[in-house]
Each structure stands twice: as C-alpha cells, then as structure tokens.
Design a protein around this ligand. Structure first.
Ligand code: F1P
Length: 316
C-alpha cells in the first residue's frame, strides 16, 4: 500500500480522537468560511450546512475575501470569519484572516497545524491532529477539518459516522476496479452541502490521477455539460435527501448514454450505502472519494506522493 493510500485508510483513529464536543461559533449576521483548494471546497460544504442549521453563511475563496469582500457580502465587516487551512501557512488564507481582523471581524481558524501562521492570526484555533504521513494530496486533514467545522456549526458527529465512512470506503474499494476500467472522464454530482464534497471528489481525482473531472449540482448537469458524456464517463452521484427520485432519473439518463455510475446512497451500476443522517453524509463519503482518486492514479501508473505541478503549501 502506498503512502497516500495509508493516509486515507488509516484516518479513522484521528476522527475518533477529534469527536469530543466543541463550543459553537459565536453569533454573527453572517459567517464567512474561507480557504484555498481543498479547504475552500470544505468551506462550500460547511456554508451550506450552516445555512441549513439557521446560521447565515457563505463560502469565499481566501484571496477573493482579501481583495473584494464587498463583492460577497455588503456588511462584510460584521462577518464572523472561519478560515480553514491544513498547513495554516497558505499565504492567501493568512491574509484573509489578517484583513478580516484589521476590519474588526473576529476569526476562527480550523487547522491541522496548531502553531501555524493562521493560528497566530485567529481569535480562536480549532485543531485536529492528522495522519503524520500525509503529503501533498490532502486526505485525512480534509476529513478532519470538515468534521471540526460541522461540530462548530452544531451538527452532531458521533461514532456512527466514523463507522459509516469506514464501510463506504471498503465498499468503494471493492467496486472501484471494475467501475473505472477503461474510463477517463469523471463527473461528480451533489447538491447543498454535497456540492462542495462533489467538487472536492473531482479535485482529488484530478490532482492524483491527472484525469479530467468536473463537478455540478445534479440537475445542472443536464443543462450543457452532459454533452461531454459518453462511454468513457464515470458518474459519481452523491444522492441528497431532497429529490433523490429526480437524481435517480438523471442517473438512468446518464447510463442510457453510456456512463457507468457509482451511486452513494442511491441507485447506480454500483450502490454504496450511506447510512447516516443527511447532515453528515458528506463527511461519510469523503474518504471513499479520496480512495477513488488513488485507484484511478494506480490504474494509470501514477505516483500520488509527488503529483505533477503540486506542492503541499502554496505561498506567494
Ligand atoms: C490548501 C491547498 C491544498 C492543496 C495543495 C495546496 O492548503 O490548496 O488544498 O491540496 O496542497 O494547498 P491549506 O491552506 O489547507 O494548507
């Protein structure tokens, strides 16, 4: 087993260590989740989850929040900012925390690096210890920061989620080889909090395997992007709780046009059970999506420890 795969399959003890309940985020007119790359994808998912819990929230790429916060929220100085960064050293994310505080906003940092630059720029730091072997590709830390973020917005995360994630990972691994054989175009579909998770699944796959991957809200896919679908396509459907029947119809349409589908929580050529409350479904499927990237890379003979053009931390 390669090092990246180890950080995926061995992440669950770190989840269990992070389960202790946390004090929630302070009240604010708006909560702004910022980050870069994977951390931004997590921000997207968390903002959707926060809104569903009654906390007005948006997600903004860290550099956008530095350069033009007024484009994202008119009363941006009144925001509570939650900055996510595994390394705590990404220049744009530190700058977002600094700019927020300079404008009078308070900042909560979510990180896997307690003594980092982000920690120094945060009013409160929420930290989880991650797999020590994690390298350039963010795996275990992504799941952990999502877990922490869910706790901070009041979503209960318990042992049952950990078990469900382990089961989804194992089931995905059993299905992966046959599912991806001969396929080179991957489409991830998810709505609400699962949209950020779909984007993260696509990012993981393209970072690890240099394979074309895109993500869409499920029914948006029919409005143009479906023109690329053919017998080279794998569809990854993250079924939501709002309109699973419509999502299943879309899956049928995609299959009829040649796609092979892995359905998390609903029908496909392969179905992966996601036996958890909808508000933690994204967390439960994330390790399985990480492993899918690893399996595609493996099939292409690519090294996921040194992915092309990528570094662990992006600084300016
Ligand atoms: C953000 C990030 C990662 C990506 C790569 C470069 O890092 O974009 O998502 O995998 O390693 O940096 P961080 O701010 O979460 O440390």
């Amino acid at each position: 087993m390669g090092i990246t795969e180890q950080t995926i399959v061995e992440q669950f003890p770190f989840w269990r260590a992070a389960l202790a309940p946390k004090e929630g985020l302070p009240a604010a007119p708006v909560t702004v989740f910022v980050g870069c790359g994977t951390s931004y994808n997590l921000a997207l998912s968390l903002a959707a989850s926060a809104n569903a819990k009654g906390r007005a929230a948006i997600a903004v790429p860290a550099r956008e929040w530095v350069d033009r916060p007024q484009s994202y929220w008119p009363a941006w100085r009144q925001a509570h900012v939650v900055a996510l960064s595994r390394s705590g050293e990404t220049t744009e994310t530190i700058a977002a925390a600094q700019a927020s505080r300079a404008a009078g906003a308070r900042v909560t940092g979510i990180t896997c690096a307690a003594g980092s630059g982000l920690a120094a720029e945060s009013d409160r730091v929420v930290f989880a210890e991650t797999h020590p072997a994690e390298g350039i590709v963010m795996t275990s830390s992504a799941s952990l920061m999502l877990l922490l973020g869910l706790q901070l917005i009041g979503v209960p995360v318990g042992e049952s989620v950990v078990g469900a994630a382990e089961a989804a990972l194992a089931a995905t691994d059993r299905a992966a080889k046959a599912l991806i054989a001969g396929r080179s175009h991957f489409v991830y579909l998810g709505g609400g909090p699962l949209y950020g998770i779909a984007i993260e699944g696509a990012l993981k796959l393209l970072e690890m395997s240099q394979t074309f991957a895109q993500a869409f809200h499920p029914l948006e896919y029919r409005h143009g992007p479906i023109s690329l679908l053919d017998e080279r396509t794998v569809g990854v459907m993250l079924y939501g709780d709002a309109r699973p029947d419509d999502e299943a119809l879309l899956v049928g349409e995609m299959q009829a046009k040649g796609a092979r589908i892995i359905g998390f929580g609903g029908p496909g050529d392969v179905t992966i059970d996601v036996a958890v409350a909808p508000e933690v479904a994204g967390l439960a499927v994330l390790p399985a999506l990480q492993l899918l990237g690893e399996r595609v890379a493996e099939a292409r003979g690519l090294d996921t420890v040194q992915p092309r053009h990528l570094t662990k931390v992006v600084t300016l």
